[in-house]
Every structure is written in structure tokens, then in C-alpha cells.
Write a protein that binds this ligand. Structure first.
Ligand code: PBG
Length: 339
């Protein structure tokens, strides 16, 4: 087939008729044509809570982030709420002497994370609280599941994860976030929650979570790094080489009842984020993890880059790739600025 005859009345496409720079001419035009925008509604704020009285204990490898006492957590969640952050993810710093091989503390209804969640829910409404479901803060070996003969066993771990999810829901947790990458956990947890009457508790699955080197500062923050030692999580977290496999992982979590899905880490995995959003049209989230956050922060502090602007650019990149929202340690400072 030949090309249609060009209409002599129509301007020829391309330069000089088309000048892409016109829409970049001034600030208001750029704002008008912007395809993506970051707002406080897009931000999920991960926070660390410890069991002591000290209001804030700095985390050396995570600049600007501290472990908070429960009392301080309540104040800071109040601040997050006041700047429009919809959801806070609470991570416990568990006492080393409460960590065991079988992670019993994970389903102690009076454990630190449950007490923290209950206290925050008591103090505030109108802001959601999310909790990880995974055993790594509670195991003596630092793994997300139960260890048998050097291997993290799947189905036995599921039973513990279900008990953990139920105590967290009872404490008032709104969103359960399985981050362990065991097979079948989303479905098992959904069934366990429903059996206890928690039909409304949402599941945000860490659906495509990679065995990444970027989790180091987080493991320092929750104190699981010394327990894990040289161990790695490659028999359950995904191989960074893989992309199709992420779609299979996400499909399974959706089938099993996940309400929202997450890709983790963030910036190195924007291709995965985009594929997941396109394939499933699910509420899809990205986790800007501790290592990537720390790298940007430190580069800013050292004056290598403008730290604030690179952070804003990174967060906008998640939106452009298709994220409905982003878990970031920079959520509070960013939401304050956007306000
Ligand atoms: C626990 C968990 C991890 C992170 C979130 N939940 C660490 C891990 O899987 O080893 C990482 C978050 C971050 O690095 O900011 N399973």
C-alpha cells in the first residue's frame, strides 16, 4: 500500500512548525503540560520504633532517620497526618534477647509492634498503619522464615506468618504487608484474617521483592544485620536478573487476594514497576529502600549533588513509571514541602 497523498493545506510535520521547546518556555506552561505530579497522597512513610524511653536514636547508616520511642512515634505520626500522608509503615526494633529460632515473639499479641500500633491508633484516626509480615526482626538467624537444615522452609513458615498477621490486625493494623516472599503467603494470610473477622484489613504484598544489596541500612536499623551475618536471602527473594518472573509473582499474589502490590527496591527496578502496572492495572507501589535513600542523602550531604532536588526527581520517576505511591524515608520532609 502506498502512503496517502499529503494534504497541501496541512503544515508539514516537524521543525520549524513543531518546536517542542515552546511548551517548556516558562514555568506556568511547564506546570500546565506536566504529565505527572507528586503529592502527599502518594507517600507511605516507613518508621522504626524501639521499646525504650529515648525519643530518638539515630541510625548511622540511614541519614536523617531515627528509631523512635512509642511516645515519639505517636507525635511523628500526628505530624505525618497533618501534612496529608495517608499511610505509615511501622517496623519494630526487637530486643536481641527476644529473638529465637522459631520467632515466637512475632505472634506475641503484646509485642513491641502491636503495642506501638495500638498506641498510634488510639491517638489518631484518619491515617492508616501498615505492618510487615515477615519473621526477620524476630529470628535469631535474621531470616524471614523458619530455618531447617540450612534451608528456609515455606509451608511451616506460613503458619507463623498467619499468626503474626492476626495479632497485628487485632492491634489495629489496617494494612498487612507480607515482605517475606514465601510461596502462598498472601492467600494463607487472607484466609487467616477473614477467619478472625478482619475482612476489611488490606493486604499490600511485597509481590516482586528482589534479593538486593540495598537493604543494608534497614537491617542495621532493625538490628537484624548481625543475626543474618554473611547469610543471604536468595532462596526466597528474587534474582535481580529476572523480569518475567516478577510478573508471575505479582499474578499469584493478586490471585491469592492481594489488594495492592509492591515492587522493591525502587529506582533500580523501574522497568519492573512499569511492566507490573501495565500488566495488571493494580494499585502498585514502589519501595525506595534504605540503601537507595541513603546513597542519595549522603551524596547530597557531601555536596556531590543537590540532595533535595535529586530526591524529588527520584520520587517523581516512580510516578512516571506508573507507581500509585512510594514508600520512602523522605516521605515526611517531602510532604511538608509539597504542602
Ligand atoms: C523485611 C524487610 C526488609 C525491608 C523491608 N522489610 C529487609 C529484608 O528483606 O532483608 C527492606 C527495606 C529497606 O531496605 O528500606 N523482610
Amino acid at each position: 500500500m502506498s502512503n496517502p497523498t499529503p494534504d497541501p493545506m496541512m503544515p508539514k510535520p516537524g521543525f520549524p512548525t513543531t518546536r517542542m521547546r515552546r511548551n517548556r518556555y516558562d514555568d506556568w506552561t511547564r506546570r500546565l503540560v506536566a504529565e505527572n505530579q507528586l503529592s502527599a497522597n502518594d507517600l507511605i512513610w516507613p518508621v522504626f520504633v524501639h521499646g525504650g524511653d529515648e525519643a530518638r536514636i539515630d541510625i548511622p547508616t540511614l541519614p536523617g532517620v531515627a528509631r523512635l520511642s512509642i511516645e515519639q512515634l505517636i507525635k511523628d505520626v500526628g505530624e505525618a497526618k497533618s501534612v496529608g500522608i495517608p499511610l505509615v509503615a511501622v517496623f519494630p526494633v526487637v530486643d536481641p534477647d527476644k529473638k529465637t529460632d522459631e520467632a515466637e515473639e512475632a505472634y506475641n499479641a503484646d509485642n513491641l509492634v502491636c503495642r506501638a500500633v495500638a498506641a498510634v491508633k488510639e491517638a489518631h484516626d484518619g491515617i492508616g498503619i501498615m505492618c510487615d509480615v515477615a519473621l526477620d526482626p524476630f529470628t535469631s538467624h535474621g531470616h524471614d522464615g523458619l530455618l531447617r537444615d540450612g534451608y528456609i522452609v515455606n509451608d511451616e513458615t506460613l503458619e507463623v506468618l498467619c499468626k503474626q498477621a492476626v495479632v497485628q490486625a487485632k492491634a489495629g493494623c489496617d494494612v498487612i504487608a507480607p515482605s517475606d516472599m514465601m510461596d502462598g503467603r498472601a492467600g494463607a494470610i487472607r484466609t487467616a484474617l477473614d477467619a478472625e473477622g478482619f475482612q476489611h484489613v488490606r493486604i499490600m504484598a511485597y509481590a516482586a521483592k528482589y534479593a538486593s544489596a540495598l537493604y543494608g541500612p534497614f537491617r542495621d536499623a532493625v538490628g537484624s544485620a548481625p543475626n543474618l551475618g554473611d547469610g543471604d536471602k536468595k532462596t526466597y527473594q528474587m534474582d535481580p536478573a529476572n523480569s518475567d518472573e516478577a510478573l508471575r509473582e505479582v499474578a499469584l499474589d493478586i490471585e491469592e487476594g492481594a489488594d495492592m502490590v509492591m515492587v522493591k527496591p525502587g529506582l533500580f527496578y523501574l522497568d519492573i514497576l512499569q511492566r507490573v502496572k501495565e500488566a495488571f492495572s493494580m494499585p502498585t507501589f514502589a519501595y525506595q529502600v534504605s540503601g537507595e535513600y541513603a546513597m542519595l542523602k549522603v551524596a547530597g550531604q557531601q555536596g556531590l549533588v543537590d540532595g533535595e532536588r535529586v530526591m524529588d526527581e527520584a520520587l517523581l520517576a516512580f510516578k512516571r513509571a506508573g507507581a500509585n505511591g512510594i514508600l520512602t524515608y523522605a516521605a515526611l520532609e517531602t510532604a511538608k514541602k509539597l504542602g
